[in-house]
Design a protein around this ligand. Structure first.
Ligand code: DAH
Length: 339
């Protein structure tokens, strides 16, 4: 029995010494010291020994158990330490590594310029309205005094969606919708997308943006138009910018003007941006035609008004020196990240 004990003990010690994981150690503990373990089992055989031998053998078994237990706890601790070290090593954070870049969204240049324009007009008391992009012939042309044989009504220029339905070619339709639902005094702007069947090139896109403006009240004159638009141009381009009102024609205004500002690129000397003229056209405007007021149920003998339509894309390309309007619509991040 002594020999049997000895062989179990040395096998146990050897196995514990060679164990390489905490799990293995635990298995060995169960194998030798557990309830059904080999060293526990040997104690159960002691019933066959004489009363004299029994305590001696008991002592030997206890010594062996203690011996194995000590080694198990020592080896267990060693392995635990080793495992912790390994874990720490593998989880080390290299604080010198550059962090992952987080992409932050920003405003599209068109929106930046639009926000500025809205600020300027709001500070002058204008409300900001919205209008539908799909319009009827009635709002887009008829009520705006655009005659049936006007070239703008041609299929070549307008995207028709049906007999009477089209993609608005101008935000001016908002004038009519506003005068139908509001009574003077009216002071509104309506920014939005407009659509024309233009050939695409560096300065033309089938989709572009306008900001329509409308003021209607008693006693509104051309002086009000000039005052408001001059102030707008000075706030956008700076106080030194000269503003020129040039006679023009629009079916829905009489008289009509186009407004030019001195080229911000060359200061008026003439360059590539202003095509040598020194001026850049930024908007069309005029006094609301009596026919238009009348078609909206407003008496032109009592009220008068002015309207304007500003091209947002031109304003944006000249401000940021963008050479091709198509860049505004392509959503190329290399371009957009420059703003
Ligand atoms: N709707 C015109 C266009 O698209 C721009 C315009 C001109 C709007 C004169 C106006 C205006 O309100 O009075 O070319």
């Amino acid at each position: 029995m002594k020999e049997q004990l000895e062989s179990i003990r040395s096998a146990a010690l050897e196995a514990v010494k060679n164990a390489i994981s905490e799990k293995e150690i635990e298995e060995l503990r169960v194998k030798y010291l557990g309830k059904k373990g080999e060293l526990t089992a040997i104690l159960k055989q002691m019933g066959g020994l004489s009363a004299e031998e029994r305590p001696k053998m008991g002592q030997l078994v206890n010594e062996a158990k203690q011996n194995v237990e000590n080694l198990i706890s020592k080896r267990g601790q060693e392995l635990k330490l080793k495992a912790t070290e390994l874990k720490l090593k593998s989880e080390t954070i290299d604080i010198t590594m550059p962090p992952k870049k987080r992409e932050v969204g920003k405003l599209h240049p068109l929106n930046t310029v639009l926000d500025d324009m809205i600020d300027i007009f709001q500070s002058m008391g204008f409300d900001v309205l919205d209008g539908p992009e799909v319009e009827t012939d009635h709002y887009n042309f008829e009520c705006l005094n655009v005659p049936a044989d006007h070239p703008a009504r041609d299929m070549q220029d307008t995207f028709y969606l049906g007999e009477n339905l089209l993609l608005r070619t101008q935000t001016s339709a908002a004038q009519i919708r506003t005068m139908e639902t509001r009574k003077p005094p009216i002071r509104i702007i309506c920014p939005g997308r407009v659509f024309r069947a233009d050939e695409v090139d560096a300065t033309h896109s089938p989709v572009f943006h306008q900001i329509e403006g409308l003021v209607v009240d008693k006693g509104i004159t051309m002086c009000d138009l000039k005052g408001v638009l001059e102030q707008f141009a000075h706030e956008i381009y700076g106080k030194d910018t000269e503003v020129k009102f040039r006679p023009s024609f629009f079916p829905f205004t009489e008289p009509s003007v186009e407004v030019d500002v001195t080229c911000s690129e060359c200061g008026g000397k003439g360059c590539r941006v202003c095509k040598g003229s020194g001026w850049i056209e930024i908007l069309g405007a005029g006094m609301v035609h009596p026919n238009v007021l009348r078609s909206c149920g407003i008496d032109p003998d009592v009220y008068s008004g002015f309207a304007f339509g500003i091209g947002l894309d031109r304003l944006t390309t000249t401000r940021y020196k963008i050479s091709d309007i198509r860049l505004l619509f392509e959503n190329d991040k290399r371009f957009l990240n420059q703003f």
